[in-house]
Design a protein around this ligand. Structure first.
Ligand code: FES
Ligand code: FES
Length: 158
């Protein structure tokens, strides 16, 4: 089967790659592009470990075909920090020890950032509801939710 040529943008950089028609965006990120921050937890849209944004919309990269990235803007966990400077969410996750094995962490961070872009002042219920599609087998969620709430407050200057 002929490979497809995809031209897209990943974390603000123009990117081109070849993929099979059936490759997922997660396959392309972790394989062709060597961006292994997005994790594969389930491959069925149930765990959120592969979360990325497509034109600012939160999506599971395991449910998206790589070819669908053509002409769109992809953002991944690798684009979150600025050089050595962590994003406030990353910093707060560290301070709260809101991670253990780390498999869910990039997805949690990408999803949390997408939430704070839409809603700078979420209630705890809104944070929990938004992150309901991101599963964590380790932390029990409380530290994650607290980290997101505190980041939101800090970013608002509260
Ligand atoms: S690997 Fe995509 S949702 Fe679990
Ligand atoms: S830190 Fe292990 S799954 Fe969340």
């Amino acid at each position: 089967m002929a490979k497809l040529h995809v031209t897209t943008s990943v974390n603000g950089e123009p990117v081109e790659f070849l993929c099979e028609p059936y490759d997922t965006m997660l396959d392309a990120l972790r394989g062709q592009l060597g961006l292994t921050g997005s994790k594969e937890g389930c491959s069925s849209g149930d765990c959120g470990a592969c979360s990325i944004t497509l034109d600012d919309r939160l999506v599971c990269s395991c449910l998206m075909l790589a070819a669908e990235a053509e002409g769109h803007e992809i953002r991944t966990i690798e684009g979150m920090a600025h050089g050595d400077k962590l994003h406030p969410l990353q910093q707060k996750f560290l301070e709260h020890a809101a991670l253990q094995c780390g498999i869910c962490t990039s997805g949690m961070l990408v999803a949390s950032e997408a939430l704070l872009k839409k809603n700078a002042n979420p209630t705890e219920e809104e944070v929990r509801f938004w992150l309901a599609g991101n599963l964590c087998r380790c932390t029990g969620y409380d530290k994650i939710v607290r980290a997101v709430m505190e980041t939101a407050a800090e970013m608002r200057g509260a």
